[in-house]
Design a protein around this ligand. Structure first.
Ligand code: FES
Ligand SMILES: [Fe+2]
Length: 424
């Protein structure tokens, strides 16, 4: 159970809220670069952290992210013209540059300076447009999470709409204990998980023993299973402040991770990333990802809403459930997670939950987020803004029974780029 005040602090992310202020101190994934591929192409609406925004690519190829609404009488700039390095409102012709400054008021040029709207600086990494929505003087270094800085050939990124609060979605990424249930049969068949030693150990030992380490940038979760007679099989998950998760890998398959970004308090973007640190993704891997296999999903045409969604009960198949082809009857990792997390309602009722020992990681993550939000209010800088702290990696590794996994991780997972991939 969580007190009302704490729950409200964690789930509300609009402008001026505690958590909203905290999240605005980090670079925020906003949209796929390819959604605004063309200079002077169509601008698109995006909503992030409860703010209605407009994204566009300028004549010079730069990304603009500004308030959706004109400062004059509030018309949507979605109906404006993207031309000559700015958006011109179609109603009375005011024009805004990519930083939101007003550059033309045709009827009263002298009033330009007072007609600006919100605009946020953007960068592009890994095919994603990221924006910084916080105070100007506090802008941090660009994200240094490993997959952000790989060549385009090595990374595949997708996003899907999840129709619930970001917190309960992200908690699924931290709660490794659910894999044994809802995903149980998926790992055998999925092309990006099958035929690995990892699956053998996972299936042979369902009694995972968890250790959790709190560190400078978030949590490292260690899941221990029996390995060979003299070893344990450790799956090491990373949760990186404030919304990144890195999934323990399977064999030689691509590494994976997520980012959970609030759209508003009832919806979020579940970003899903696969990558190889040292080589390009194969054509076959890329095709599978584009088809929505692994942690990705197929969409309703022309949208980022999954084909399996709450309106069709996620295409649940009771016969597949009986036949043990899909544990809940829902197929696909993403739909399995979304079905259960959205079923809690748009915002989970934290006052009536009854947490179990396996929820320890979630409890710690909530506390870290809450403490950081309150600390910020009291003038303390947020954690994990230092690029050097963000280069961690997940792992799935056999270690001698005498080896302390925390010591091993400190040596082998802290600065990923200098290490081989530990995965079996
Ligand atoms: S409402 Fe935009 S120019 Fe008048
Ligand atoms: Fe899951």
């Amino acid at each position: 159970m969580m007190k009302k005040e704490k729950s409200e602090t964690l789930v509300r992310t609009g402008p001026g809220t505690r958590m909203g202020n905290l999240l605005r101190r980090y670079w925020v994934p906003i949209l796929l670069s390819r959604e605004i591929a063309e200079p002077d192409g169509p601008q698109i609406r995006v909503q992030i952290l409860g703010e209605k925004l407009l994204a566009f690519r300028t004549t010079d190829g730069e990304v603009g992210l500004i308030s959706e609404f004109c400062s004059h009488r509030g018309a949507s700039l979605y109906f404006g013209r993207n031309e000559d390095n700015g958006i011109r409102c179609s109603y009375h012709g005011l024009k805004f540059a990519r930083d939101g400054s007003c550059v033309d008021v045709p009827s009263a040029p002298k009033l330009c300076d007072s007609m600006g709207i919100a605009g946020y600086p953007c960068i592009e990494r890994a095919g994603i447009v990221w924006a910084y929505m916080g105070p100007k003087e506090k802008r941090p270094a660009a994200p240094a999470v490993e997959w952000c800085n790989l060549p385009a050939s090595h990374v595949f990124v997708s996003k899907r709409l999840q129709e619930c609060n970001y917190l309960q979605a992200m908690e699924g990424g931290i709660d490794t204990s659910h894999v044994t249930y809802v995903h149980r049969f998926e790992v055998d068949d999925d092309p990006m998980h099958r035929d690995t030693k990892a699956n053998d150990y996972i299936k042979a030992d369902g009694n995972v023993i968890f250790e959790i380490e709190q560190n400078a940038c978030g949590l490292t979760l260690f899941g221990r299973r029996n390995g060979e007679p003299d070893s344990y099989y450790w799956r090491v998950t990373q949760w990186l402040f404030p919304w990144f998760t890195l999934i323990p890998p399977f064999g030689d398959h691509a590494l994976g991770g997520h980012v959970w970004v609030p759209i508003d308090d009832h919806n979020c973007w579940a970003w899903s990333i696969n990558f190889h640190p040292n080589k390009p993704l194969s054509a076959e891997e890329r095709r599978d990802m584009e088809e929505g296999k692994g942690i990705h999903c197929p969409y309703e045409p022309g949208t980022f809403r999954p084909v399996a969604n709450k309106d069709n009960d996620y295409l649940m198949d009771r016969i597949a459930q009986k036949d043990k082809r899909a544990y809940s009857g829902v197929f696909g990792f993403a739909a399995q997670d979304a079905s259960l997390q959205e079923s809690m309602g748009p915002i989970q009722d934290h006052e009536h939950e009854k947490l179990l020992p396996t929820d320890r990681a979630i409890v710690m993550a909530r506390r870290l987020l809450y403490d950081a939000a309150v600390a910020l209010e009291n003038g303390h800088e947020p954690p994990a803004l230092d690029a050097d702290q963000q280069r961690v990696r997940a792992a799935g590794v056999l270690l001698d029974r005498g080896v302390n996994p925390r010591e091993w991780a400190a040596l082998h997972l802290a600065d990923a780029s200098k290490q081989p991939v530990y995965s079996i």
